[in-house]
Design a protein around this ligand. Sequence first.
Ligand SMILES: Cc1ncc(COP(=O)(O)O)c(C=O)c1O
Length: 492
Amino acid sequence: MTDNALGKGSVTITEEAFPLGRDSFDPASGPTAWLWRHVLDVLQAEREQISARPVAPQIDLARLRSAVGLYDFDEPAHPGAVIDDLVELLRDSTVHTTHPRYFGLFNPTPTLLGVVGETLAAAFNPQLAAWSHAPAAVEIEAHLLRFLGARMGYPAAEVAGSFTSGGAEANLTAVLLALTRMWPGYGTAGLRALPGRPVLYASAESHLAWLKIAHATGLGRDAVRLVPVNADLRMDLEQLTARLDADRAAGDAPFLVVGTAGTTGAGVIDPLPELAELCRTYGIRFHVDAAYGGVAALSDRLREALTGIEQAHSITVDAHKWLSVPMGAGALLCTDRAGLAETFRVSTSYMPADIPDTVDPYTSSQQWSRRFAGLKLFLSLAVAGRSGYAEQLERDAELADALRAHLRDSGWLITSNTSLPVVCFADPSPPADSWKHHTELANSVVQSGSAWISPVRLNGHAALRACVISHRTTPADIDALVQAVNDARRTA
Ligand SMILES: Cc1ncc(COP(=O)(O)O)c(C=O)c1O
C-alpha cells in the first residue's frame, strides 16, 4: 500500500482538469467521460490481475486505519487519485470474493452485467417505495419475482413477494407473514394477544439468522427450536414431530417450520415434501429458506433436488448468492399478495396515492425507500438467458464433483452428500482436538494466499468447506485447491 492519501501520493494525476468541490457533483461531459474511462481501466486491470493475487491478503490493521484516517475531508482531492487510493486499500485489505480460488461463503464473483446493472440503478436512482415514482422499476421487479416463483413451481400469475437486502430480511418477512396469517390479531395487539408462546422450528444446521429474527420480533431466541439432524445432516422428522407434540402439550403455539434448501454449512436440502405434509397435518406454516440452493431451480437438471419447495407458503432466495449479482439482493416469494398487504399495511398523507391494479412496494415489504435491487438481476438474466445460468450452475456442480473425487483420491473423507456445489471434507484421522486441527488447516490454506476455504462444524464434527461458485473457477483452480489442502495437511 502506498501513501496516496488526499491524492498527493505517487498516483499520476491526469492532465484532464476535473472540477473539485461542489462542482464535482455533476461535471461536464469531458471530465465525466474521463472519470468513467479511468474506472474502466481500473476494473480491467483488476480483472486481468486478480487470479495472480493472494485470495486473502495479510491485514496490517494499524496501517489500514492510518491510511483511511488520512482523509479528514477538509480539502477536496482529485478523483483519479482518490479512486486509485481506494482501489489499493480494497486490493490490499479484502478477502477477494471475485477470485477464482475463493471457495468461501456463498458469494460468487458478480457477473459483468450485474455490475453494470448496479451502476445503472444507482445513476437513475428510482425510488421503489411507491409504484407511481418508479413504474418501470416496480414492474421489472414484479416480473422477476414471477419468473423466480414460477421456476420454484408457484403459478406465475399468483406470485407475490418483494426484493430484500438479502436472505436474512427475506426470512424475517416470512416470519412476519406467518405470524400475521396464523393470528389475525397479532398485527394490532402484538404477541400478548396470542393463545400461547409462538415457536418456530428449523434444523440445527439452518442459518442462524433465525435467532436474530426471533430476537427482533419479540418472539425471543428461546422460541427457535433447532431440531437435530440425521446422519445425512437433514432435519430429523421424528424429532421434529416429537418436539411439536411436546410444545403443544406444554401450551406453546407452534406456527412455522422452516426447511432449509441448501444448509449454510453443508449445502444439504431438508426433506421438503415430508415437511410440507407435516405442516399441513399440524395446520402450521411452512417456509423454505433456499437462500442459495433455490437458484438450482433455473437448471432443469438440478431443479429435482428442490422437489416440494412449491408447497411452501413462502420461499427465500438470494440473487446475490448463486445468481451471481453484486450484494445485496434477496427475495421473498409467496402466492399470498393479500397476506403481504395485511402484514405491511400502512397509509400516510405524504406518500403518493394508490394507483389501481398496482402495488406500492412499501406496503408489501419491510423496507420503505429502497434501491432498485432487481435491475442487476434483470440485466444479467436477460443477457445470459436462463440457459446461460443453467450452464453455469451445472458447471459449478460438476467442478464440485471433480473436487470431491480429487479429495477422495488424496485420502480425505467427504462428509456431506449434496448435489449443490458445497464440498465438505475432513481429515479421516484427526488429532484429539479435531476442530483446532481443521481450523489450522483452513488457516494454513488461507495464509498461503492460494485459496480461501473455511472450517465448519457439521452436526458437531469438524470439517473443511469449499463452495465452488465462481464463474472464474477452472479445473486448474480445483487442482490448486487440492494441492493447497494436501500441503497444509502434510505440514500440520
Ligand atoms: C441458508 C441461508 N439462509 C439465509 C442466509 C442469510 O442471507 P444474507 O446473508 O443474504 O442475509 C444465508 C447466508 O449465508 C444462508 O446460507
